[in-house]
Ligand binder design. Structure first.
Ligand code: ADE
Length: 277
């Protein structure tokens, strides 16, 4: 996979040299090209922004430098044999970034990121490139960052670990929380390692039992508990077919019942009365 990032802060992307992504690059599984947007300005002050039409606070990134940088990156990529680029525009007003989207992007051969600063990029840039290549506007969450670079790091790491051969064990992401196609999207429960006692704290006995069935059941119950506590919305949306008898017993203990109205707005489960915190 080829990645291009166009930014006014190339040094912000230094973490792409480290750890999982850095190793994938060293092995040639990932080719990363970081471009300085200011190298595509032709005035004395290397201007990349200007005041917004219609007024309002902040500045808007100009069309010229972005078009010049994107055309250069596209030409370089095509020349070196890359094809089917996807332009990824990080923005709080984009489509939410999920594991499902990470899987989708991991199948693309070439991603080009345009992390913006200020109030964003002149809309005509996205509209123009959307006529030529696939474009995805993506948000990593309901909060506003000072720029899109941190979003690029997040998206890149989630995508890179899905590339063939990047994680040691090809099975390792099948069980990820949020893996698409999983019967139920539950949060993973707690994990433990040696020593068996630390500051007077022991590990749950079942984990030492060697009984695979009991361990799997315990892990499932912990996942149901944690999901109830942190992401009740995930339980509400779980297809009842995703749960076996023991799951249902645990859900009932945790205060869940099938929604009597039956699936209104995709909600299968509701909290039973008196169980709200
Ligand atoms: N740029 C600023 N905030 C962002 C967010 N939440 N997601 C993606 N890009 C952003």
């Amino acid at each position: 996979m080829r990645l291009d990032v166009v930014t006014i802060f190339p040094e912000y992307l230094e973490p792409l040299n480290v750890s999982l992504v850095g190793k994938a690059r060293a092995r040639g599984q990932l080719k990363v090209h970081v471009h300085d947007l200011r190298a595509h300005t032709y005035d004395r002050h290397n201007t990349v922004d200007d005041t917004p039409y219609g007024g309002g606070p902040g500045m808007v990134m100009k069309t010229g430098p972005w078009a010049d940088a994107l055309d250069t990156a596209l030409a370089d990529g095509y020349e070196s044999g890359a094809h089917a680029p996807t332009l990824i525009v990080p923005t709080p007003s984009g489509r939410p970034f999920t594991q499902e989207l990470a899987v989708e992007l991991a199948e693309r051969p070439w991603l080009i990121f345009t992390p913006a600063r200020y109030e964003g990029i002149d809309r005509r840039v996205v509209d123009e490139y959307a006529t030529r290549i696939q474009v995805q506007e993506v948000s990593i969450g309901d909060y506003v960052l000072a720029g899109g670079e941190a979003a690029v790091l997040v998206i890149t790491e989630a995508v890179a670990r899905l590339l063939p051969g990047v994680l040691g064990n090809a099975e390792s992401h099948r069980d990820d929380s949020f893996a698409p196609g999983a019967m139920a999207n539950l949060l993973e429960g707690p994990v433990y390692t040696k020593p068996p006692e630390w500051r007077g704290r022991e590990i749950p006995e079942v984990l030492l039992s060697g009984h695979h069935g009991k361990i799997a059941r315990w892990r499932r119950d912990e996942a149901l508990k944690r999901t109830t506590a942190h992401r009740p919305d995930l339980i509400e949306r779980c297809d009842p077919a995703a749960f076996d008898k023991k799951d249902r017993e645990m859900l009932s203990i945790l205060g869940w019942a099938p929604d009597p109205a039956g699936r209104p707005y995709g909600r299968f489960w509701q909290r039973t009365e008196g169980m709200e915190e």
